[in-house]
Design a binder for this molecule. Structure first.
Ligand code: URA
Ligand code: SF4
Length: 242
């Protein structure tokens, strides 16, 4: 992921505008509405699904169908509201018949997701489902890695199952509740990572996706305690959620 490839979008709304009129791949031909993403432009936690389904395509909003209702009930368990987080997808337009997106479509759409991550600068990326996890953590295995706190450069990755999987297999519900309840802990870990990476040098650009995540539960045992992080209002706003 290379920020040089980004057009210089300055806001989440600008990115959304570019997505809504995008014709970079064939999914533009069959969409009703592109689905750029929704939520807080300063969210500490960003959720990333695979791609819009039929309801999302009709409404232009992410996770508004049955899987979305389940996601809402999971968020309540944390507790978080949609307006506290940012929710988007790897591809912004619905693949016809809900097929998996083609690699070329994912590649064409990736600059939007990269730009959203750069601008929002979330502490924690929660991937929904196996496909979305693999974009960030190619060596991952969803059955092993769901609910794990994984360091990805200066961010935390928390992979969870896709809510649609829990709709198909209700036994996953309990697991998903347990996994999503790790978000406050993941945000604290992410804050520690970012404050320790800020020490000494001016903040380096985040190239999280280029770095191999540490394959351990705790990102680092010698990170500064959360109470020592440099104060900035963003941190305070987001941390007050928990
Ligand atoms: N499934 C996804 O992966 N994304 C959505 O927005 C809706 C369902
Ligand atoms: Fe553009 Fe992404 Fe939609 Fe393809 S899926 S048309 S790249 S916004």
């Amino acid at each position: 992921m290379d920020s040089q490839h980004h057009t210089n979008w300055e806001s989440i709304e600008q990115i959304a505008g570019a997505v809504r009129s995008c014709t970079r791949c064939v999914l533009a031909e069959t969409r009703t509405n592109a689905v750029p993403g929704d939520g807080s432009p300063t969210a500490a936690v960003m959720f990333i699904g695979e791609g819009p389904g039929q309801n999302e395509d009709e409404q232009g909003l992410p996770f508004v169908g049955r899987a979305g209702k389940l996601l809402d009930s999971l968020l309540e368990q944390v507790p978080l509201q949609r307006s506290d987080v940012f929710i988007t997808n790897v591809v912004k337009c619905r693949p016809p018949g809900n097929r998996d997106p083609e690699p070329g479509e994912v590649a064409a759409c990736m600059p939007y997701l990269e730009a959203q991550i750069d601008l929002i600068n979330p502490r924690v990326i929660v991937t929904l489902g196996r496909h979305s996890m693999l974009r960030f953590y190619p060596q991952g295995k969803i059955s092993n890695d769901h609910g794990r706190i994984i360091s990805l450069g200066s961010r935390i990755l928390l992979p969870i199952y896709h809510p649609a999987a829990a709709l198909r297999n209700p036994r996953l519900n309990e697991t998903m509740v347990r996994d999503i309840k790790r978000i406050p802990e993941a945000v604290r870990e992410g804050l520690m990572l970012q404050s320790s990476s800020r020490e000494g040098t001016s903040q380096a650009p985040n190239e999280a996706q280029d770095q191999a995540p540490a394959s351990q539960d705790a990102p680092s045992t010698d990170a500064a305690p959360a109470s020592e992080h440099q104060d900035d209002s963003d941190d305070r706003d987001q941390m007050s959620l928990f």
